[in-house]
Design a protein around this ligand. Structure first.
Ligand SMILES: Cc1cc2nc3c(=O)[nH]c(=O)nc-3n(C[C@H](O)[C@H](O)[C@H](O)COP(=O)(O)O)c2cc1C
Length: 204
């Protein structure tokens, strides 16, 4: 089958199913009036190591409603990316409904906000890793359309990681126990691991 994305109105189902598995940025942010917000975003990735930089793509609207996370990040320039392990996967999912801007999604999810070191937005206590981020740039994609996205590029300015997950050199990948996003309603458990060493090229 050959598909032109412009003529297949369910192409987003293909895109979400083939760009996999996606890490989930469980983003905590704060409005300028101090309302706490939590929401998951899986169009999330690393951008560069030094300074540590990540990207998260957030659609500007859900229907007619602006997505609160994007509004908060643009207004305050700060947020936290929390990782999602199996223990908090259900709680994460609860925050993905389109709640009004004045709803505190920590309460919806039954999760605990805990003070960050540098940014005003709190970390999620129950998350194994939290990355405090400062906004570098929002790159508008498809600007002016109802499908507009804001590609957020941000520097990681502080990291919280559970003591038992980092030995000073490597992260315990099995212990991290994160979940990944697939297509449809499916997720995967990132705990079935294998190793490959980088090959070394030697000139003959
Ligand atoms: C696992 C998962 C991943 C998601 N990834 C994205 C994403 O990458 N970009 C996006 O705009 N929405 C994504 N969503 C939908 C948002 O989480 C949802 O629109 C949320 O209500 C936005 O909340 P807010 O208005 O508080 O920012 C995702 C939802 C789930 C459950």
């Amino acid at each position: 089958m050959k598909i032109d994305p412009k003529t297949q109105d369910k192409f987003f189902n293909i895109l979400k199913a083939v760009v996999i598995p996606r890490p989930i940025a469980f983003v905590s942010s704060q409005s300028k009036d101090g309302v706490l917000n939590l929401a998951p975003f899986s169009f999330f990735n690393g951008v560069c190591y030094d300074p540590p930089t990540i990207s998260v793509s957030i659609a500007r609207f859900a229907g007619n409603k602006p997505k609160d996370s994007l509004v908060n990040i643009e207004e305050t320039g700060e947020f936290v990316v929390n990782l999602v392990n199996q223990d908090i996967a259900q709680a994460m999912n609860k925050t993905a409904a389109e709640y009004p801007a004045d709803v505190n999604e920590f309460e919806v999810a039954g999760l605990t906000p805990t003070a960050s070191e540098i940014v005003a937005a709190p970390c999620v206590l129950e998350s194994p890793v939290s990355l405090e981020c400062k906004l570098i740039q929002v790159v508008p994609v498809n600007e002016g359309s109802s499908k507009e996205c804001g590609l957020i590029i941000a520097e990681v300015v502080y990291c919280h990681i559970n003591d038992d997950l980092f030995d000073g050199r490597y992260v315990d990948m099995k212990g991290l126990d994160v979940v990944g996003r697939l297509g449809g309603h499916e997720y995967c458990k990132v705990n079935d691991l294998f190793e490959m060493r980088l090959p070394i090229y030697k000139e003959e």
